[in-house]
Design a protein around this ligand. Structure first.
Ligand code: FE2
Length: 438
């Protein structure tokens, strides 16, 4: 073989290897995340690199609405954009399933010039291919713009992008399936929790409030998104075992006898037994124990298992703080809502007495009053004047406690005003939460 021919075939081979490596890189990256926003972003970035293009877009087809949609990064968030399925070159590919390779977009009447007009961008070459899933169904379109080299996209680019688009289709569908499963799991958990709370109108909303307090504490403790999701489910289900407690005891109006109290306590073990029967995925396996240990105490005096300290799952210890706070700030069968300073003192006593974790009580007290009021008031937080809410945003629970512990004469007028506004919100919460007993 002559030298120059040999050189060319060597260069071709090198070029081929580089492409395969790029494809391998993209495919490996696609397997790296199940988060749809992240995945779409990743596909676009990698494909732009591999195709040596200036920019790329990925549109998914909403067959029901006959629309194309996409997520575009807006700072740290992703914003959804939608447009009719027959619009522009992407629309033409979505509708027909054909590949479009256009050297100059302005020569094609299907090209929608709006984007260029609005942004000042100048589209030249366009390669647009359908994304086809394993069943051969079209689920979206990938479009790459302005090949960086002088020549427009060629046949080889076309083949490569088609292969990548089909891989991307599989990754996107897996991610959508995963998101659907997550949604159906949490709606199942929420339904169980709401159904259980609905048994007793006086404790209505208890599980959801305990969940919100627990999540607020966990955010202060800098839990990850995944940890928050698991805690959310565990907290929503913490009292699920009350299903197994006879109504005559659960709804008794008046003080409970020791015997009845023991019956009520069985709910924690019921929670464990009920939840143990549910199949949880690996990262959720601890949910039954997290839920069932919300009455355990650090010194081992709690129930149902009498666990101590770190033997109690951390989420169980977090839920315990939310559970106690909700129990003493809600009206129960046998008493009205407690005075707020006393509420805070009980939290202190419980933490100093080695019942609940002091660090978690501290984290709870770092929360702004606005967050607490929103949970106390649930859907009625709009009843609290907006200016009061703005004030509450700047004051933590621990600061409020310092003010409440001061003699009234020692308060500045500003401090007195804050205390009065909070008490007004707290008292109104009592009215809002109090069920109509007629
Ligand atoms: Fe409980």
């Amino acid at each position: 073989m002559p030298d120059d021919e040999q050189k060319r075939s060597y260069e071709d081979l090198e070029h081929e290897v580089a492409r395969y490596r790029a494809v391998y890189d993209v495919m490996r990256a696609l397997g790296g995340t199940l988060d749809l926003d992240e995945l779409l972003d990743l596909i676009i970035t990698r494909i732009t690199e591999v195709m040596d293009a200036d920019r790329s877009s990925l549109f998914l087809i909403d067959w029901e609405k006959k629309e194309l949609w996409s997520k575009v990064a807006q700072g740290v968030r992703f914003m959804e954009i939608r447009f009719p399925m027959d619009l522009g070159l992407a629309g033409a590919v979505a509708t027909s399933g054909e590949v479009l390779n256009i050297p100059d977009a302005y020569d094609d009447i299907r090209f929608n010039q709006d984007f260029d007009r609005k942004t000042g961008y100048r589209t030249r070459s366009v390669l647009c291919v359908p994304m086809t899933n394993k069943e051969g169904e079209r689920i979206g379109v990938i479009q790459v713009l302005n090949k960086k080299s002088e020549n427009p996209f060629d046949e080889e680019d076309q083949e490569l992008l088609c292969a990548l688009a089909n891989q991307a289709a599989v990754a996107v569908e897996n991610s959508q399936l995963y998101e659907d499963q997550k949604k159906s799991f949490i709606s199942f958990v929420e339904t169980l929790s709401t159904a259980m709370d609905a048994r007793d109108p006086i404790t209505a909303g208890h599980s959801s409030r305990v969940t919100l307090y627990s999540l607020a504490i966990a955010e202060e403790l800098e839990y990850t998104e995944k940890q928050l999701a698991v805690l959310n489910a565990a907290a929503l289900l913490h009292d699920i075992g009350k299903i197994g407690v006879p109504e005559v005891v659960l709804f008794k109006d008046g003080r409970l006898t020791d015997e009845e109290y023991k019956v009520i306590q069985t709910h924690a073990l019921h929670s464990l037994n009920i939840l143990d029967k549910i199949h949880f995925v690996r990262e959720q396996k601890e949910i039954p124990m997290m839920s069932a240990t919300h009455h355990e105490r650090l010194d081992g005096s709690g129930y149902p298992l009498g666990l101590r300290g770190d033997d109690i799952p951390e989420a169980g210890r977090v839920i315990a703080v939310g559970d106690i706070f909700d129990a003493i700030t809600s009206r129960r069968h046998y008493r009205d809502r407690m005075e707020f300073l006393k509420v805070l003192k009980i939290l202190d006593e419980e933490s100093e007495g080695s019942h609940i974790q002091p660090e978690f009580v501290n984290a709870f007290k770092q929360l702004p009053l606005s967050r607490i009021v929103k949970i106390l008031e649930e859907d009625n937080s709009e009843l609290v004047p907006e200016e009061d809410m703005l004030l509450f945003e700047k004051i933590s629970l621990s600061t409020l406690q310092v003010l409440l512990e001061k003699e009234e004469d020692a308060l500045s007028s500003e401090e007195r005003n804050l205390v009065e506004r909070f008490m007004c919100a707290y008292d109104r919460c009592e009215d809002v939460n109090r069920p109509d007993m007629d």
